[in-house]
Write a protein that binds this ligand. Structure first.
Ligand code: FAD
Length: 288
C-alpha cells in the first residue's frame, strides 16, 4: 500500500520508526523489537538507513519482514550522500524486487568521512527524488525541518529548497522531532504560503533518556520548551520516571496535533515496543 493513501486522508494515522542494528550480533534483538512493534498494527512503519553502509544492508530485510509477515506497509529510508548513481540504482532495484512500495528519500548527514563533496553524484535530496520518480512507481516522501535545517542560514531559504524537493515529485513530508506544537503550526503556515501543499507527517519523539535528547537537540537545531526542560531536570536521573513522563508528554503533543487537524503522526519509537504500545494505548479511541 502506498503511504500517500494513508496520510492524505481524514482518518488519523499513527506510525512507528525502527532503526537497524549497527552490528550483525544485534540483528536478532532488533528484529524481535521490530516484530513486537509491527504486531501493534500501526498505519505504517519506517526503517532508517545508515548513510555510510554498515546498517544499510538491514534496512531492506527489516522492511520486508514488517510487510510480508505482519501486513504493515513499510517505508524504507534511503540516503544518497556518498553513493554513486549505480549504487542507488542497484538499491532501488532490490527494493522494487522485494515488494517495497514506499521510500523516504534523504540526502544523509555530512560527516568527516564523506565531506569530500567533489566526488559525490548527489548533493541534495531533490536529486534523489527526481531520479526515483523518473524511472520507478515508488511513493516517495522526504524530510522537513520545522525549526530549519542546521545547514540553512535562514528558514526562507530552507523552505525554498524544500519546494524543490516537492517539485521533483516528493509526495509527503515527515518532520524532524519538535517539542512545542506551535513550532509546527507556524511552519505549516509558512510552507503552505510557499505553495507546499503535500501532507505533513508530524515526527514525535517520546523522550526516555534525558542526556541523549539534550545532545541530539543541539545537533539537530531543535529547541526544548521550558515545560519540557523542567521535566528533564526533575526526572532525568530516574529512567523509569523519565520514561513515564516522556510518554505522557508525547501523548499530549499527539492529541493536540490530531485536535488541530494534523492527521498523520509518526513516532520515533527507537526500537522500544513498550513505548510504542503505551502511546498507542493512550490514544486508542482517538485513532479508531
Ligand atoms: P536536503 O533536503 O538535501 O537538505 C539538506 C540541506 O541542503 C538543507 O539545508 C536544505 O535547505 C539544503 N538544500 C536542499 N536542496 C538544495 C538545493 N537544491 N540547493 C541548495 N541547497 C539545498 N539520515 C540518515 O542517514 N538515515 C536516515 O534514515 C534518516 N532518516 C531521517 C528521517 C527524517 C524524518 C529526518 C527529518 C531526517 C532523517 N535523516 C536520516 C537525517 C538527514 O539525512 C539529515 O538531516 C540530512 O542532513 C539532510 O537530509 P535531507 O534529505 O533533509 O536533505
Amino acid at each position: 500500500m502506498k503511504i500517500i493513501d494513508i496520510v492524505k486522508g481524514e482518518k488519523p494515522s499513527l506510525s512507528f520508526e525502527v532503526f537497524p542494528p549497527k552490528t550483525s550480533d544485534k540483528f536478532e534483538i532488533v528484529q524481535a523489537a521490530t516484530e513486537k512493534i509491527a504486531s501493534l498494527k500501526p498505519s505504517f512503519m519506517s526503517v532508517t538507513y545508515g548513510a555510510g553502509g554498515g546498517t544499510s544492508e538491514y534496512t531492506l530485510s527489516i522492511a520486508k519482514d514488517i510487510q510480508d509477515n505482519y501486513g504493515v506497509p513499510a517505508l524504507a529510508h534511503l540516503t544518497c550522500v556518498n553513493s554513486t548513481k549505480e549504487e542507488v540504482k542497484a538499491r532501488l532495484e532490490m527494493l522494487k524486487k522485494s515488494g517495497i512500495e514506499n521510500i523516504l528519500a534523504l540526502r544523509g548527514d555530512i560527516t568527516p568521512e564523506n565531506r569530500d563533496r567533489e566526488k559525490w553524484d548527489y548533493h541534495y535530496a531533490n536529486q534523489l527524488v527526481e531520479e526515483i520518480k523518473a524511472s520507478y512507481e515508488f511513493c516517495v516522501g522526504g524530510a522537513c525541518y520545522p525549526e530549519c535545517h542546521p545547514e540553512s542560514i535562514h528558514q526562507k531559504e530552507d523552505i525554498a529548497n524544500l519546494k524543490r524537493k516537492i517539485d521533483a515529485g516528493c509526495e509527503f513530508l515527515t518532520t524532524q522531532m519538535f517539542f512545542d506544537n506551535n513550532v509546527l503550526y507556524n511552519f505549516m503556515y509558512k510552507i503552505r504560503e510557499a505553495g507546499i501543499t503535500v501532507p505533513i507527517v508530524a515526527g514525535i519523539m517520546p523522550v526516555t533518556n534525558a542526556k541523549q535528547i539534550k545532545r541530539s537537540c543541539e545537533l539537530s537545531n531543535c529547541s526544548l520548551p521550558q515545560r519540557f526542560k523542567t521535566i528533564l531536570d526533575r526526572y532525568g536521573d530516574n529512567p523509569e520516571a523519565m520514561k513515564q513522563a516522556g510518554i505522557a508528554y508525547a501523548t499530549d503533543q499527539i492529541i493536540d496535533l490530531f485536535a488541530n487537524g494534523i492527521n498523520a503522526v509518526h513516532v520515533y519509537s527507537m526500537n522500544k515496543p513498550d513505548v510504542a504500545e503505551k502511546i498507542q494505548a493512550n490514544i486508542s479511541e482517538i485513532i479508531k
